[in-house]
Design a protein around this ligand. Sequence first.
Ligand code: CA
Length: 233
Amino acid sequence: MRILVVEDERKVASFIKHGLEEERYIVEAAFDGRSGLEMAMNNQFDAILLDVMLPGKDGFTILKEMRDAGVATPVMMLTARGATEERVQGLDLGADDYLAKPFSFEELAARLRSILRRSSPEKSTKLRCGDLVLDTVSHFAYRFGKEIELTSKEYALLEYLIHNKNRILSRSTITQHVWRHNFDPESNIIDVYIKRLRSKIESEDGSRPLIQSIRGVGYRMRDLPMEEADDKK
Ligand code: CA
């Protein structure tokens, strides 16, 4: 799950970012209103945490412009404590929830899970590819009913692949989404991670391979059985 945090107080932004990253979200931060709006409009996020008082453009204006442009990403406003008007205004403009500052990280994480659950079309928090199941709330992966232990990056990579299952993803697309930086053709980081993922999710005897290599391009997670001839290196 990709989350955008728009918050000008760097300490608060980094507190949220680190906390969410530990919970295996992919997090991006914007520190002013204009760049926050630009990122919200031009990227796909699963949720946005939006501060109200921001330099450049305030949170309400960002929310309004996003909703006017048809961006339906769930938004949680970060408001000042006791500011009832702020909360009402935010909800009226199409915010999904609000959180009064100061807040505990536990509460933020719980409310975030709640808006993510509500926004998921099938009200399900499970992503599936064949017999592999990913729980996007607890961030656990299961195959054949057994839990698979994954690191944060492995989880993020697997979630991205499952979200886009049956589509071919280039190495550079994967790098941009999961590692948040531009693709370095000299680096084999993706291949190293894919190899590790495979060894974890395809380790059972007789388990069907799920990740297909597309020579010279990248990878594809397959729901359907792969052809015998497919290159699986
Ligand atoms: Ca602020």
